[in-house]
Every structure is written in structure tokens, then in C-alpha cells.
Design a protein around this ligand. Sequence first.
Ligand SMILES: C[S@@+](CC[C@H](N)C(=O)[O-])C[C@H]1O[C@@H](n2cnc3c(N)ncnc32)[C@H](O)[C@@H]1O
Length: 412
Amino acid sequence: MKTIKIPTITQSSATELPYPDNFFDAVFTDPPYYDNVPYSYLSDFFYVWLKRSIGDLYPELFATPLTPKSKEIVAYTHDKSWQEAKEIFEKNLKKAFEEIHRVLKPNGIAVIVYAHKSTEGWETLINSLLDSGLVITATWPIHTEMKLRLRAQDSAALASSLYIVCRKMERKEVGLFKDVKKEIEEYVPKKLENLWKDGISGADFFIAGIGSAIEVFGKYKMVMDNEGKEVRADRLLEYVREVITNYAVKQILHNGVAGSLSPLTKFYLLYRWTYGSSKVSFDEARKLAQSVGVDITREWDKGFIIKDKEFIKVLGPKDRDLKDLEDSRELIDVLHRVLLLWKKDRSEEMKKVLVETGYAHDEVFYKVAQAISEVLNPDDEEKRLLDGFLSRKEGLKQEIAKEETKSSGRLF
Ligand SMILES: C[S@@+](CC[C@H](N)C(=O)[O-])C[C@H]1O[C@@H](n2cnc3c(N)ncnc32)[C@H](O)[C@@H]1O
């Protein structure tokens, strides 16, 4: 007869595991994702009732009046500064990863699940992992979240989590940043190719890209630049973002036209692609802008980039005023102007704008419009306008061409 092994369930902090060294074949963990969920505070709601009803059966689990909070690994900012919260999270996550390293058998395997939209969320995870001694051997983005859950609505929510596979083995000593960069540049686009085909898009695509880059630099104990300075996650991620961005622009525009776009157009496209219509922290937007050569502090409040306290918003056509767009030749401004005229059924004016700005027969203009439409949610108003305008594209171009020949090159 087959014997059934009863699992042992124990409770302890992940930062102090009550097991000897080299004990487990595998460790599988789903740690908190930076500041995403205030677990202990949410648990208090249930804890007080459970304590009353079954507290006497599990006295050691209900010893405190509320859930214990001091060892919780979350970046709380309600009672400390943002920097402090980040440091505490990173320090404790590192401790937990070091514990995994300690209790794993040599050549044991660990899988760590993680998801976060912000760069800080990734920086802390990567720094903690690099410091823990674990070697990252593979990463897999897996669709784990439902689009309809509350937090997904009206926010640029993530649909996937990254499964990070680590081993307890010797790591290469020091990687030179210039070599690591080269490896990332070669490896990441190859991985992105498959992800793109698999339909992973938006912020999830960025995360998957970050995952493949971690596979590259996670092999080293330390990455150093030419001046002998250690390169930490922030610099690594900045570079990874640049690689992903270039790839995305090329892909979105079906390869080839990216070179002819203005930095502001690239920024608009990438912003919409990554964050949709959500506003994001200044730092996130600044990094995205920087990767395409836009200094956000020089551009905000002049056109479609708006500063809103510590956030950045990127205005869509519905938030803009026709009057303000009249003198601009920037592709996005012209597109917004055209879309607003389209919305108001002012077809003749729309054609006039297209001709006067020189975009009437410029395929790049329509490709950008198509690309923006592709990256927006199906129910987004901007997408509806774009799709409406694009469905008339051929007709419009023909009408314009006809009128141009009629008036021998001089239209309107
Ligand atoms: C992302 S959630 C895991 C959710 C789980 N996979 C599930 O489906 O229910 C992270 C969990 O880590 C717990 N946690 C936070 N700090 C911890 C610590 N120091 N030791 C052990 N668990 C901790 C949180 O309470 C939370 O339940």
C-alpha cells in the first residue's frame, strides 16, 4: 500500500527560518510585492474574529492582540519616509533570500514570484537577489491576474507575474558593465521576440523584458563599470529599459519608421503603450522620457505632458483644446487636432489640416495613429477616435489627392 506523507506546516518569519543549512531540495515563494498590498493591516480584520473563535485552539498563532507587524516585508509609507520604507523592504527581502540560500541543498532550486509596475519595486527585488547569493537561471512571465479584478479597473494593472528560477551554485565573480550591456542587447530582444508573438503587451511586456535581463546580470556576483564602481539595479534597469524601449518602438511601428519619429512622438507612443491613460509618478515618466531623449522638465505644461503634483499625465485628444493646437507641427499635436475635428464631424477642416501640415500623404503619420490604437484598451475613447479616423484613411487620402489634382497642386 502507498504511504501518504503528511506535510508539515510551520509558521515563522521568512527572515528567520527554523531549519538547518542545506535542508530543502526546493523552495517556492511568493513574497510581498513592495507596497502593493498592506497584508497585515488587512488581516487584522479577520484576525480579531478568528482569535475569539479559534484562538484557544492555536494559542501560539494568536498570541498578540493584532497581527504582528515588525517583521513584515512591505514598503509602508504611512508611518515612515519613502526612502526608509524602501530600505526596510530591501533589507528584509534580502534577509529572506539569504535564508532561502542557506536552507537550500547545493544545486537545490528556488522559485520566486514577483510582480510590480514601478522601477523602485524592481530595483529593490533585484538588489536583494543579487546580494543573497542565489543565481538566477531563468525567468518566466505567467499570466496570473484577472483583468476584471477591482485593482485592474481604471489603472494600468499588471496581468502577469514573473517566476524567477534560482539555483544555489557558484556565480561568476565580476561582470564588466560594458560586456553585460552587450549581452543584454543581444539576449533581451531575442526573448522579447517570443513574448511579442505570445501577445504579452503593455507593462507586462516590460516586466518580461526585465526578467530576461535579470537572467543576464544575475549570473554575476557583482557588475562593475570602467571606473571600478559597482553597478546596482537602478543603472542596470535604466539600460534595460532603453533596450526594451528601442525594441518596442521598432515593433510597434512595424520596423523601419522609428528613426523618422520625433522624440516627443516616441515618448507619447511608449507612454500610452506602457501606462495607457493612467498618470504615473514623475520618476517613472522621467525615466521613460529619458530613454527616448526627452527632458520631461522642459516639456511639461507646454503641450500634452502635464505635471500634476508629483505625477505626470499625458493628455489625450479629448483633454486638449483645438485652439492650442493650431500652430504646432508636432505629429502628436496634429493627430490630436485631426481627431478632435473628426469627432466634431468637421471633415473639410480635417483634410485642410492634414494637407497644410504635410501629413496627408505621410504613411508614418497613419502608422503612428495605428500603433497608438493598437496599444490602447478596446474601450478607450482615444482608440475609438483613432479607429474611426483610420477606417476613413484611404477614402480621405483619395479625396485629398483628387482635390489636389483639380486645383493643380493647390488645395484649399
Ligand atoms: C504576495 S503575498 C502571497 C500570497 C499567496 N501566494 C496567496 O496566494 O495567498 C505575500 C505574503 O507574504 C507575507 N509576508 C510578509 N512578510 C513576511 C515575513 N517576514 N515572513 C513570512 N511571510 C511574510 C504576507 O503576509 C503575504 O501573505
